[in-house]
Every structure is written in C-alpha cells, then in structure tokens.
Design a protein around this ligand. Structure first.
Ligand code: FES
Length: 346
C-alpha cells in the first residue's frame, strides 16, 4: 500500500494511505487523548477530545485522513484550551464518584482528564444535578446512565459488530441518553447479552454485574460449542471471576457470545459432579473412575455378546477436541460398530 509522509509534532512519519491522523499518531507512540474512537468501529467524531491543529484549524484527528506533507500539532495553547473545555463539558455530566465505580483506575475518562487537566471549580459550578435511574434489570449487565459520556461506542458496537441494534440514542438536548426500543429495561429489550458493548465502554456506564477483579488470567478455548473461540479466563483464588475474548484468536477475534462471556458459574458450582456416580439399589453412589470405567466396559461386553457389535452406538460432543472425537470414533470402530454421531448435527 502507498505510504504517506507527514509530520506530527517533531516527528516525521510514514503511514499507509487511508490511515487517520489519530491512528498514525497512536501507532507511532504519540498519545492523542480520545474517547469515542475504537479500533473496531467506524469513526464518528462524537467526543471532539482528539482535536489537533492542522494548518491552524482544529480538527478531530479520528476523522481526518493523512495527506502527503501534512503538518500536525497535537498540542499548543489553542488545542489545549479547547480540549480542556470539551473534557470539562463531559465531566459536568458525569457522576465523578470514581472510588465506588467498578471502572476506577481503568476508566478512559479518568486517563484523559489526568492528561488534559480540568478546572474543578468550573466543573462544580456547572455540575449536573439530575440523577438518572440505574438499569439493574439484567442478570449480567449493569447500565448507569449517570456515568455515560454519550460517545456512542456501545451503539456502534451493537450495530457494526453484533448487528443486533438493541440500543440507540434517544430523547433530545440535556435529556439525550442511550436507550432501548421503547426505553424498556435492558432485560426486556432484544439485547442478546453478548457483552461486546460492555468490554468497549470507555467509562463505568456499562459494567458486568459480577465485578470481582481477577488476579491472573489463563489463555484457553471456550468449550461451549464447536466454534473454538479463544478466551482468557480471569481467575482469583483459583476460581473463574470473568472471561474476556482473545483478540489474537483467528476464530473470534476477541468477540464472544453470552455463554462464552458470562456462563462460567457452572465451573465452580457446588452442584457440579466431580466424581462418577454408580446406581446401586436405586440410589446413585460416588465411585472411582476405575470402577465406573470397568462397569461401562462390562456393560458394553454384555450388550455385544447378547445382540452383536452393531447394537452399540456412540454420540460424541462438539465440546471436546478434534483429537478426542477422533479417539471416540476409533473406540466405537474397535468395538465393531460404525454407529457414531455428533451432537453438532442435532
Ligand atoms: Fe475523535 Fe472522539 S476520539 S472525536
């Protein structure tokens, strides 16, 4: 692809044609504060935090494509003054109860405010007094409109990434907020609870209800279906407390469905079977794996002896690996049966 040369502050850069100024800067280690930009989504220029000076004009860098010989200033008195004002206008509508927020220390608005600075007195003077109701209807997602900065990342995610369109902008002026069709609670909307909007929300407006932070993570593969989505299990004290998609996985590129992202409580559930059970005198009793496997093998032999090898059949699973499925068909064929099927066909 053709390269375009430009100057950003005191650096000469060469980037592929079609790159935005923001991408060119970030990709070369030059920080430009931004809030509504997300690499997975089309730029909309909603927040105006990413403004830069190009030829004396202030333009949103996320919406401006690089051109040959372009000279970009990411700072300067004018840029800093306007950027600070933009951030202050966002903060006056924000709750600012950071210590009790689940996004504290990973909030992009905090990061941007730290970088840009804000006149706290001015912010307090114009602070919004209205408290909007928190949508706690959903079993997995908590929606707090008081923390929303209207960047639209959730709306674009639901539209461009998942194509569900469960949420959109609603109402006008100061009353504008992100809402569902008919302003219903999220649980009653057509949201499929994939959580893609939650992982992209730059602030605490969308948070998972289960908010225990993990102390370490393990890269693995989701076992819910045969897709094989790459995941990172977040663990704390040896228990799963969260799941994030693996952006390096060629299968899902970081995206997950509701089961993969939120359906992990079964792993450590007290009702989960952790040992084989054998029915004796009408009651299930815990048994060792050796006992259980010997019982199954003896029953196979009984059935084979009485009705022939074709009387045995096997139903395998999409939740196991290809290698396990291969071994399973091998086992059935070694017992003389070709009756093998797979739950993914059901
Ligand atoms: Fe460019 Fe929001 S990041 S306008």
């Amino acid at each position: 692809m053709a390269q375009v040369k430009l100057r950003v502050d005191d650096r000469e850069l060469a980037v592929p044609a079609g790159t935005t100024v923001l991408e060119a800067a970030l990709g070369n280690g030059i920080y430009v504060p931004h809030l509504c930009h997300h690499p997975d989504l089309k730029p909309t220029g909603m927040c105006r935090v990413c403004i830069v000076d190009i030829g004396g004009s202030l333009v949103p860098s996320c919406r401006t494509l690089v051109t040959e010989g372009m000279i970009v200033k990411t700072g300067g008195a004018m840029v800093e003054k306007v950027r600070r004002l933009v951030v202050e206008l966002l903060i006056v509508n924000d709750h600012q109860d950071c210590l009790s927020c689940g996004k504290n220390a990973s909030c992009q608005l905090q990061e941007v405010t730290r970088y840009v600075g804000a006149d706290q007195q001015r912010v307090q003077r114009f602070k919004a007094q209205e408290h909007r109701p928190v949508d706690d209807s959903h079993p997995f997602i908590r929606r707090d409109a008081n923390k929303c900065i209207m960047c639209g990342i959730c709306v674009r995610t639901c539209d461009e990434v998942t194509c569900i369109e469960a949420i959109d902008y609603a109402f006008r002026g100061y009353a504008q907020r992100i809402s569902t069709l008919g302003d219903k609670p999220l649980q009653e909307s057509k949201c499929t609870a994939c959580g893609e909007c939650v992982v992209r929300c730059p602030v605490g407006a969308l948070l998972p209800r289960q908010g225990t932070p993990p102390s370490y993570s393990v890269k693995t593969v989701c076992t819910y279906c045969g897709c094989g989505c790459g995941i990172h299990l977040g663990l704390r004290d040896g228990k799963i407390v969260g799941v994030t998609g693996d952006r390096d996985s060629v299968v899902n590129k970081g995206e997950l469905c509701v089961k993969g992202r939120y359906g992990f409580s079964f792993v450590n559930h007290p009702d989960r079977l952790t040992t084989p059970l054998i029915k004796r005198n009408g009651q299930f009793e815990p048994a060792s794996w050796d006992e259980a496997l010997h019982l199954v093998a003896s029953k196979f032999q009984e059935v084979q002896a009485r009705h022939g090898p074709d009387s045995l059949g096997g139903l395998s699973s999409a939740r196991v690996t290809n290698e396990d499925n291969y071994l399973f068909q091998k086992l059935l064929r070694s017992l003389g049966s070709n009756s093998i099927d797979h739950c993914a066909r059901l």
